[in-house]
Design a protein around this ligand. Structure first.
Ligand code: HAM
Length: 420
């Protein structure tokens, strides 16, 4: 037997109904905010991610699925922002205009798999280009809050922070490194490694032994430039005005280097260690870094697997897409009539399954029942059919086949048989 690749999941209909519901609602909500869908390649040049996410990040250092083909270094995308910027620059779509795009699809990171953390996972992401004020940051966050409401998800917590400008961050970085050197003996192995390459990530450590070092570390908020400070204050005012609750977490640094100013994460307590359901922020320097003209930009991505897990926990009754009608040709001679009747019922918008494979009447009815269908239609010899209510109290009745469509449409649209 050939095993699936570790950390990569097969998805089955029972789970996919949740995926499809999230995707449909996200599509609607994003559309309401003026975002339009884009679809980009899964494979990009390795260099794109090294430059944008940063060569000293965990993602680029050890989590990318990279390979060489025809002399090119290529990588399965670990996230969607870099590709969106690459494509936007190439098409000349980013300069001096407002663009709002969204995307959905698989991403790949060679992390240690555990609940909520996979090697192939899926994001729905959104990116907005061309607006630099805190008002669009607030709208982006509001959009995500609206999405949770539309999905019926409660209990997510919003954390926000600002990372300032690159130069403010460089000053802070120098100060942080000096501080961490003083407490070098207390650092764990990971933090010692990060001290030189990516010291801000030390603040992200989940190791409880590091809590005291992190708690007493200097705060980036004390190093902010005035414009970034104002931007952050205005964003908070806007969030309060529009009624989105948040907490400021000065240690929220994110694992990708391209962020400037606003960063945010939506967190849950219900998924163990993998608490971030959605995350994003502003990346005003990235377009220029990748060869475009300076362009303000921001975005977020949500993790579909994590969101689905939350929804399954809070609404375990799956929205099963069971057939409404199960058509049984009780003899071989009825096979064509059964296909035709099923087609006629589908043309009325009903979900219909036909019975195949013959068998005794008893086994046919057992199969009909197992599908969860509300009605079974048994086509018998001659021009009579029996319609059986398998779940309700309408019993069974004999009807001429030509009248079955009207009868079932009326029963099902009256709500008597809607199962989803
Ligand atoms: P990120 O924080 O790396 O940001 O990922 C966003 C979300 O994807 C996470 O909050 C999490 O829900 C989900 N996720 C990440 N890694 C995994 C994994 N291994 N398994 C399951 N879910 C995962 C980004 O990717 C940025 N591109 C977001 C962004 C867009 N920032 C600006 N624009």
């Amino acid at each position: 037997m050939i095993q699936a690749v570790r950390g990569m999941n097969d998805l089955w209909p029972e789970t996919l109904v949740h995926w499809q519901r999230i995707e449909a609602i996200a599509r609607d909500v994003l559309g309401q905010y003026g975002f339009r869908e884009i679809r980009l390649p899964i494979v990009e040049r390795t260099e794109l991610f090294a430059r944008s996410i940063g060569s000293h990040t965990d993602i680029v250092e050890k989590e990318m699925y990279s390979f060489e083909l025809d002399g090119e270094r290529l990588t399965l995308r670990p996230e969607g922002t870099a590709g969106a910027v690459r494509a936007g620059i190439a098409q000349g779509l980013l300069h001096n205009q407002i663009q709002r795009w969204w995307y959905a699809g698989p991403m790949f990171r060679h992390e240690r798999p555990q609940k909520g953390r996979y090697r192939q996972f899926h994001q729905i992401g959104a990116e907005a280009f061309g607006a630099g004020g805190p008002d669009i940051d607030a709208e982006m966050i509001l959009l995500t809050a609206t999405l949770w409401k539309a999905l019926g998800l409660e209990g997510l917590r919003l954390e926000v922070n600002t990372l300032g400008t690159p130069s403010a961050r460089a000053d802070y970085r120098a100060r942080l490194v000096a501080y961490l050197r003083l407490r070098f003996e207390e650092l764990d192995e990971d933090s010692r490694r990060r001290l030189e390459s990516n010291p801000l990530r030390v603040l992200d450590s989940k190791n409880p032994d590091m809590t005291s070092v992190i708690q007493s570390a200097p705060s980036l908020l004390d190093f902010l430039d005035d414009a970034s400070r104002r931007h952050f204050e205005e964003l908070q005012q806007l969030l309060r005005r529009v009624g989105v609750d948040y907490t400021v977490n000065p240690r929220l640094v994110r694992g990708l280097d391209y962020y400037t100013r606003t960063v945010f994460e939506w967190l849950t307590d219900r998924l163990g260690a993998q608490s971030a359901v959605c995350a994003g922020g502003r990346y005003d320097g990235l377009v220029e870094l990748l060869g475009g003209k300076p362009t303000s930009a921001l975005g977020f991505a949500l993790g579909l697997e994590r969101l689905v897990e939350l929804l399954v926990q809070s609404a375990p009754m799956a929205l099963e897409e069971v057939p409404q009608v199960y058509v049984v040709p009780t003899t071989e001679a009825q096979a064509a009539s059964a296909l035709l009747l099923a087609e006629a019922l589908r043309a009325r918008g009903l979900r219909v399954e036909c019975h195949f494979g013959g068998g005794s009447l008893k086994s046919q009815m057992k199969r009909a029942d197992k599908t969860g269908a509300r009605y079974a239609v048994l086509l018998e010899r001659g021009d009579q059919a029996v319609v059986k209510d398998l779940r309700g109290d309408a019993g069974q009745r004999t009807i001429a086949p030509a009248e079955i469509g009207d009868y079932l449409s009326a029963r099902l649209s009256a709500g008597a048989g809607q199962q989803t």
